[in-house]
Write a protein that binds this ligand. Structure first.
Ligand SMILES: NC(=O)c1ccc[n+]([C@@H]2O[C@H](COP(=O)([O-])OP(=O)(O)OC[C@H]3O[C@@H](n4cnc5c(N)ncnc54)[C@H](O)[C@@H]3O)[C@@H](O)[C@H]2O)c1
Length: 275
């Protein structure tokens, strides 16, 4: 693929949760396309391994490992300032960190409800605003992209706090796109469906069969499917796209579970029912 098509050469990005899975795949793809990457993760060894691999494989890009907890406001702001200084100025950010409490709404403890909103929505606002403030101060355009979930588009039971936070992320991108388009800053979201990642493994054979009834493409996605979508939004390929959410879900959100072909039809004025 022609790297110049992406317009990423020489640009710099911070990836929050870049230490494994879709975050790691995003860091690697950005570096392959000539961008410098700050790899932030709460587990320092993960960030260091990803950054060291990039530096070893690519002599034309810079990479920096940052150990920080995105849920610590001061640490997050300081990490972005460090990335700006050491591999920046930053042209944007990808946020990957997110996790779900699973359980009935009747029983969810309020501290876990709050945690789901912090780790799937609140920290992303703070980080995006920090990156945007720096871009605006420099008068530079930029791109910000976050990982939501199909649960932020279509609700699932047992996922109230997570799904509502991810839906908030979808809405937040629209609001920020509205406010920051005048500065040339784009804000978009990628919504994964049923993926296989280092943290999320397949269920039992029966559970997987049930799940696949809802996925037209009949397979789970992988970390590279998400990395490609995130990099699309960070790159010039999406130069005229902002405030949008792209489901990467094998068709899950496009097609409902009802198969009308078995229902038959009655003859109407505009057509003839099949025999
Ligand atoms: N896995 C799926 O099937 C699936 C489906 C839909 C959406 N998602 C979303 O995709 C994203 C990634 O999920 P995953 O399963 O690939 O996760 P993951 O755990 O594999 O990757 C996340 C990375 O973030 C790091 N991290 C976790 N908490 C952190 C913190 N507080 N501060 C800094 N770093 C932290 C982890 O160490 C890890 O390296 C999440 O936002 C999740 O909600 C996943």
């Amino acid at each position: 693929m022609e790297a110049s098509l992406f317009g990423l050469e020489g640009k710099s990005f911070i990836v929050l949760g870049g230490g494994q899975g879709m975050g790691e795949a995003t860091c690697n793809l950005l570096a392959d396309l000539g961008a410098n990457v700050a790899v932030l993760d709460i587990i320092g060894e993960r960030a260091e391994r990803v950054a060291a691999d990039i530096v070893k494989k690519k002599n034309n890009v810079r990479s920096l490992a940052i150990t920080a907890d995105v849920l610590d406001d001061d640490a997050l702001v300081a990490a972005i300032a460090r990335a700006e200084k050491e591999i920046g100025p930053l042209d944007g950010m990808a946020s990957i960190v997110g996790m779900a409490y699973m359980g009935s709404a009747i029983d969810i403890p309020m501290d876990l409800y709050d945690l789901d909103h912090q780790r799937n929505l609140r920290y992303i606002f703070l980080a995006a605003r920090e990156v945007a403030r720096n871009l605006i101060a420099r008068g530079a355009p930029g791109s910000i992209v976050s990982v939501a979930s199909v649960d932020g588009i279509q609700a699932s039971t047992g996922h109230t706090s997570y799904g509502s936070a991810k839906a908030g992320l979808v809405h937040q991108a629209k609001s920020l796109a509205g406010e920051w388009s005048r500065y040339g800053i784009r804000v978009n979201v990628v919504a994964p469906g049923a993926m296989i990642t280092p943290r999320v493994r397949p269920g039992t054979e029966e559970k997987e069969r049930e799940l696949m009834k809802l996925v037209p493409m009949q397979k789970r996605g992988g970390v590279n499917d998400i990395a490609k979508a995130l990099v699309f939004f960070l790159s010039d390929l999406s130069a005229y796209v902002t405030g949008q959410t792209l489901p990467v879900d094998g068709g899950y959100t496009a097609v409902g579970p009802i198969d009308y072909s078995g229902f038959g039809a009655i003859k109407g004025v505009t057509g003839v029912a099949p025999k």
